[in-house]
Design a protein. Structure first.
Length: 140
C-alpha cells in the first residue's frame, strides 16, 4: 500500500519505558511520529483487553514497554506482562492477526536511544506487514 503509515499504540511503564521515551525526546533522538504513548504504572497493569481493543479499533501494532527483568518497581510486574503477551500472541493468531503486531520490550529510564530505535524498528516491521485487517473493517 502506497503511503501507508502504521498507527502504533504504546503502553509504557511509568518508571522505565515512559521515562526512556521522555529521555529520547529531550535528547532529540528521532523516531517516527505515528506512535501514541499511554503511560501505565507498570507493564503488568496492561490488561489484555487494552491490547485487543487498540488493534480492533484500528491500531496496526501495540508495544508494551516495561522495566528490565529483575528491575520492576512492583517486583514481578514485567514477568506478568511477559506471560500475558505470550497468551495474547496466540489470541491474535486466533483473530487472524500476525503476532508480530504485538511487541514487548524492556527499556530502562536511561535508554532513550534504545526507545527511539525500538519505535523505528517496529514502524518498519509494520510497514512490511501492511495495514491491520481491522483498520478498514472497524475504524470509524
Amino acid at each position: 500500500m502506497t503511503g501507508f503509515e502504521p498507527k502504533i499504540v504504546g503502553f509504557l511503564c511509568n518508571w522505565c519505558t515512559y521515562t526512556g521515551a521522555d529521555l529520547a525526546g529531550v535528547s532529540r533522538f528521532q523516531y517516527p511520529p505515528n506512535f501514541i504513548p499511554i503511560r501505565v504504572m507498570c507493564s503488568g497493569a496492561v490488561d489484555p483487553m487494552y491490547v485487543v481493543k487498540a488493534l480492533v479499533e484500528g491500531a496496526d501494532g501495540v508495544l508494551i514497554g516495561g522495566c528490565n527483568p529483575g528491575d520492576c518497581h512492583y517486583q514481578s510486574g514485567n514477568y506478568k506482562a511477559r506471560r500475558r503477551a505470550t497468551i495474547l500472541k496466540q489470541l491474535l493468531k486466533d483473530l487472524g492477526l500476525d503476532e508480530r503486531r504485538l511487541w514487548v520490550r524492556w527499556i530502562s529510564a536511561s535508554e532513550g536511544k534504545k526507545f527511539a530505535e525500538t519505535v523505528t524498528e517496529f514502524t518498519e516491521e509494520l510497514r512490511r506487514l501492511g495495514p491491520s485487517r481491522f483498520r478498514e473493517e472497524w475504524a470509524l
